[in-house]
Design a protein around this ligand. Sequence first.
Ligand code: MN3
Length: 242
Amino acid sequence: MNKTRDKQKPDVTNLDRRSFLALSAGAFISMAIGGLPKTAAAATDHLLPPLPYGDGALSPVISANTMSFHYGKHHQGYVNNLNKLVARTPYADMTLEKIIAGTAVQPENTAIFNNAAQVWNHTFYWKSMKPGGGGEPPAALKKKMQDAFGSVAACKKQLITTATSQFASGWAWLVLDGETLKTVKTANAGTPLTSGMTPLLTIDVWEHAYYLDYQNRRADYVTAVLDKLINWEFALQNAGLQ
Ligand code: MN3
């Protein structure tokens, strides 16, 4: 049981399950859960975090149409699936990070891992971008890039190569491996969290991230994200440099 998480939850955890189900359609639960959607798993629900900006804020690099499907359907879908999959399992009350760490090495729980990691990865991806992003990284991050890659341009080029060389669905990441800045790619729902690395930022290279706007031109999408949207300040914070 995670105490921090429990504190944020409505106080319905002490009801026995039969009572909870019996009440779940009633006004009492509506009141107790403060207007959240009424589901039997409400006591342990993971919620879709709000987007840090509006649907159309990243346009024209990422259209409002892409955003509405990607956030509203795909990300929401992973949240919904996760809630269904962990209900009545030992993972029901765990934080996302604990679920990811626990299921990463359990082949029998691949479905839980995939949905939990996709929830986490997408939340991290939205924060990796901002309207009016791109441009020069802050000095401390720039220094790290120069140390590892020679220049900011070389670091960006390496990120583009990493993103375009990921065969099929996955993610491109800028990470800290120990003290060293690196680019890594992960397939499907994979995340550097399970390799002990510190993710600084990510770019989703699943086709659903770019196909409506760029069709098959993944390199154009990744380049535009890096030039116009990438949130270097977020990377700086994650690196503990700020
Ligand atoms: Mn995606």
